[in-house]
Ligand binder design. Structure first.
Ligand code: RAM
Length: 509
């Protein structure tokens, strides 16, 4: 399938130019050895520091920023008779400074490490760094300098960019300090990820991912209400499908607009609820009518992976099913749950567009695949859904079965209690999976338990000093990385805005 030019044009016309804001340095700081404790030096203005060979200075911009750094350099002493090599590092979290970039051997490109090596030919001069960075802290080290002079700074500031407008953000009010704090961190997370499109993370991968978009859009409706940005992203995905019509997993906007070349079973299906949520937030029936076929088609594409027993097959052939970053997770039951969930949402979309024929067809499919889930994947002794040949039990499997409507009400509630008691259950490590867990608890009628999870899980990150919520957080191993080094972890990640969505929608007064 080629590019749908009409959809692409509509999308491009809606894409915003992020607004700019000048942000100045809040403090000069130093970190204790473990990188977690920050000692502030409010009295020590960075402009007064005079740097020689090997000296460094660490600056705190007060909150998470996404933007461009500017430096006005001053010379102290004699003539600037040799270039000054600078090593500039950016960090969202202090821990990034405590990993040596040269030691990183992880799976994804070290190009994501936020650093620059610059030679400044003449001082005094001004540096306007061309690359956008995501950071709260900046460390500038003078790698070498001629003995004739020393280096100082007249001014350091950042041009921060975002398409989230803080002036439209209504304050969140609830009689609980922690919840207000979590909402604030979640909004800041979304703020950083809202650029020309909804990015997954402004540090990395800085692109539009389908799975992330669904959750960002949900948080957006409760906060910044930039609904045209969601609409643009929905049109972009419909404009650039995979050759078989499947919605792409992620899109690049530059140097040219292109879909990445891998298939993701769950992300493609999640286009359906994302379109439905958009309709529910905006009532924009014209957009739904235009994008309806692209959405509904995803069910038929996914059904190709249903085996004779009526269940999504347990095989890598299906393509990447994300669900969570837990390495050992078997994804069969979770995938089946995502399919059930997508069908449920597709029925609602078909009702909205008065497509009665499809409503009936999809209702039959949901019934059939739900029955298959209960016949094949339900373990009556354990009172849980199992997944794969090894009959693995995991939170992900139960959560998606609840969201998919395989079980409902009291049974769903009991299931989510039952999984907590299993010592062999595969847990969850991403805020993405926790978002779905919280959603499942609310769906099962356990809003208070959902609130406790928000408090303990997202509160755990806040406790560790998060200004924005992270791509991955395993409470049992806070420094876990799916890539082999926290230096490439994203600490402001789209799929982590859950508190802003859930708190404002279900727990506000
Ligand atoms: C990560 C991205 C993104 C996620 C995919 C599956 O690399 O950061 O958030 O959607 O993986």
């Amino acid at each position: 399938m080629g590019i749908n030019k009409e959809f692409l044009e509509k999308a491009l016309a809606l894409l915003p130019t992020p607004a700019q804001q000048t942000v100045t340095v809040a403090d000069t700081v130093t970190f204790s050895k473990n990188g977690l404790k920050i000692t502030k030096h409010p009295a020590e203005d960075y402009r007064l520091r005079v740097l020689s060979r090997g000296d460094s200075i660490c600056l705190d911009f007060g909150d998470h920023q996404v933007g461009y750094l500017h430096l006005k350099l001053r010379r102290v002493g004699g003539h600037s008779d040799a270039p000054v090599p600078l090593h500039i590092r950016f960090a969202e979290q202090p821990i990034e400074f405590f990993e040596n970039p040269e030691d990183y051997r992880g799976a994804i490109c070290s190009g994501w490490i936020q650093q620059e090596f610059l030679h400044v030919d003449l001082v005094p001069s001004e540096l306007h760094m061309p690359r956008r960075y995501a950071f709260r802290y900046v460390k500038i080290e003078v790698s070498d300098i001629s003995p004739s002079f020393k280096l100082a700074f007249d001014e350091i500031y950042c041009t921060a960019v975002s398409s989230a407008d803080d002036t439209v953000l209504e304050p969140y009010s609830y009689n609980d300090e922690l919840l207000c704090r979590l909402d604030k961190i979640a909004c800041r997370t979304l703020h950083g990820c809202m650029q020309t499109v909804f990015e997954d993370g402004p540090k990395r991968d800085r692109r539009l991912w389908m799975g992330d978009l669904r959750l960002q859009a949900q948080a957006n409706y409760e906060t910044y209400k930039n609904n045209n940005l969601v609409k643009a992203c929905l049109y972009l995905f419909a404009a650039l499908p995979m050759p078989n019509g499947q919605i792409s997993a992620c899109l690049f906007l530059e140097p040219e607009i292109e879909a990445d070349d891998f298939y993701m079973f769950d992300y493609a299906l999640l286009y359906i609820p994302t379109l439905l949520d958009y309709y529910n937030a905006t009532g924009d029936i014209d957009t739904v009518n235009e994008l309806y076929n692209s959405a509904i088609k995803q069910i038929g594409i996914a059904e190709k992976w249903i085996g004779e027993n009526g269940i999504v097959i347990d095989s890598e052939e299906v393509g990447w099913r994300f669900l969570d970053w837990t390495a050992e997770l078997n994804k069969q039951a979770g995938s089946h749950g995502v399919l059930l969930y997508a069908i449920k949402k597709a029925i609602e979309l078909a009702k909205i567009t008065n497509d009665e024929h499809t409503v009936k067809l999809l209702a039959d499919k949901h019934k059939k695949y739900r029955k298959a889930a209960l016949d094949v994947l339900w373990d009556n002794d354990r009172q849980l859904f199992i997944s794969g040949k090894e009959r693995q039990v995991s939170f992900a499997s139960q959560v998606w079965m609840v969201l998919g409507g395989a079980v409902e009400g009291e049974t769903a509630s009991k299931l989510l209690e039952q999984i907590k008691k299993q010592s062999d259950a595969i847990g969850m490590v991403t805020p993405y999976m926790y978002h779905n867990y919280i959603d499942a608890l609310i769906t099962a009628g356990d809003a208070n338990k959902a609130l406790e999870v928000i408090k303990s899980y997202f509160g755990g990150m806040a406790e560790l000093g998060a200004d924005t919520f992270w791509e991955i957080y395993n409470p049992e191993n806070p420094d876990e990385s799916p890539y082999g080094g926290t230096i490439v972890n994203s600490y402001c990640h789209a799929w982590s805005c859950a508190p802003a969505y859930f708190l404002r929608k279900y727990f506000s007064k």
